[in-house]
Design a protein around this ligand. Structure first.
Ligand code: NZQ
Ligand code: ZN
Length: 393
């Protein structure tokens, strides 16, 4: 087991109707004026917006309404939101929605509190020292942003649609409200994207270099099995509370670093995917991952065949062939890919309408134009990234 620091300060309110308490929860922290931030309007259609507003008004919380966070949220919108926060003296940004609304709220909070351009943080050229507080009401089990230290934004102003995330403890929400019923209205495709993303946050910590770490490994395996089981049920029956609840809690635990304790943490598939959904804005993050991850596995399994065999056995129940472990490892990858397909996810890059002529630019961007490699079993540079993209064909 490797040394680690674990910090998961976000307070969780989990269960049916918890969103109705949001006003009194904010009041209990002493905040009086907030920004209410959300996406393209799904929360208005479902009636959630009205419930939130009623709760804020009942608690005497003043709010400034600022929606419009797009999927794969944009820097220009963040700047607008940050300006409003400054002008209005906002103390906390409440995100109501999925990962995009939450990340947008995190970025607004950081930009509002700092004179430096927040893109410097995304490019890891500077580190933020302060931020407004954020809190969330989650409507999509996927990104884990409701507990994570991460914030992913696409630069739509310059730098040609570069999508970048930055980690900071300032990004951890103060509290998050998780009501599984709020995810009943998700289209199956979006539910499936979430299932893939949740699995990936654990897999990028599980299929790594560090030796075994018994407790963390078993937590990871049980999380993955739970997501596979509950995921299939939620696709089949969108109002299966238990399935939605398991997915929601798994999503939070998968990206709050619990499954990294004592282990390494690679984000190779994530970094490559961010070029897909950064350059091709219509690509949902989970769908991009469903394409990139099997390809990465096919490229990388040879660096740790025993680990890929353990994954095949513990998650997919595949017996390990001790005389041909490579075959077992490959069967585990196939099982993952066929699960993704069974829930309606694409697993080939052509299904996302991304042409081979874009690989070079994606790989160039992924290495920050030659300034970085992606750490993993090996250091992935432009050549390796292109090879992985070709394996996704
Ligand atoms: O915008 P609205 O109208 O709300 O509609 C959204 C959006 O169109 C809709 N939706 C959300 N909840 C719904 C709903 N529709 C019906 N019923 C509901 N209950 O779903 C669409 C997708 O929403 P979005 O927030 O974009 O999805 P997701 O939660 O998957 O977030 C994706 C973003 O998170 C980033 C991704 O890169 C991507 O930009 N990530 C953030 C991470 C983090 N901060 O820790 C980690 C992840 O790895 C990921 O990179
Ligand atoms: Zn992700």
């Amino acid at each position: 087991m490797k040394d680690f620091t674990y910090y998961a300060p976000t307070k969780i309110f989990f269960g049916v109707g918890e969103e109705k308490k949001v006003g009194s929860i904010i009041s209990s922290y002493g905040y009086k004026k907030i920004m209410l931030h959300y996406g393209g309007g799904s929360i208005k259609k479902t009636g959630l917006y009205d419930r939130v507003v009623r709760s804020l008004e009942a608690a005497g919380i003043e709010y400034v309404d600022f929606g419009g966070a797009e999927p794969n949220p944009k820097l220009s919108h963040v700047r607008k939101g940050a300006g409003i926060c400054r002008d209005e003296g906002i103390e906390l940004v409440l995100a109501v929605g999925g990962g995009s609304a939450i990340d947008s709220a995190k970025a607004i909070s950081v930009q509002a509190a700092n004179d430096e351009d927040m893109w410097l943080y995304a490019m890891k050229k500077a580190t933020p020292k302060k931020a407004l507080k954020t809190a969330t009401i989650l409507t999509l089990s996927a990104s884990g942003s409701e507990m994570s230290s991460s914030c992913v934004i696409t630069n739509d102003e310059r730098e040609a649609w570069l999508k970048r995330g930055f980690g900071s403890e300032l990004n951890r929400p103060l509290f998050s409200i998780l009501n599984p019923e709020l995810t009943y209205t998700l289209p199956p495709y979006q539910t499936a994207c979430g299932i893939v993303d949740i699995m990936m946050h654990t897999l990028e910590r599980y299929l790594t270099k560090a030796g075994e770490s018994a407790l963390t490994d078993r937590i990871a395996e049980s999380l993955l099995k739970t997501v596979v089981e509950a995921g299939a049920k939620a696709i089949e029956c969108p109002e299966d509370y238990e399935a939605r609840a398991q997915l929601m809690w798994a999503g939070s635990l998968s990206h709050n670093d619990l499954t990294a304790c004592g282990r390494d943490y690679f984000m190779v598939s994530h970094q490559i995917e961010h070029e897909l959904s950064g350059m091709y804005d219509y690509v949902a993050h989970g769908a991009g991952l469903a394409v990139v991850f099997p390809a990465w596995c096919k490229y990388a399994y040879k660096y740790n065949i025993p680990r890929f065999c353990r994954f095949a056995k513990s998650v997919w129940g595949i017996e390990v062939d001790l005389f041909d472990m490579e075959k077992t490892a490959l069967r585990g990858i196939e099982a993952t890919e066929s699960f993704f397909r069974s829930i309606g996810m694409p697993t080939r890059i052509g299904e996302l309408n991304i042409p081979a002529s874009a690989y070079d630019e994606m790989a160039e961007k992924c290495t920050n134009y030659g300034e970085r490699t992606l750490p993993g079993y090996i250091d992935y540079g432009k050549k390796e990234i292109i090879e992985i993209l070709k394996l996704a064909e």
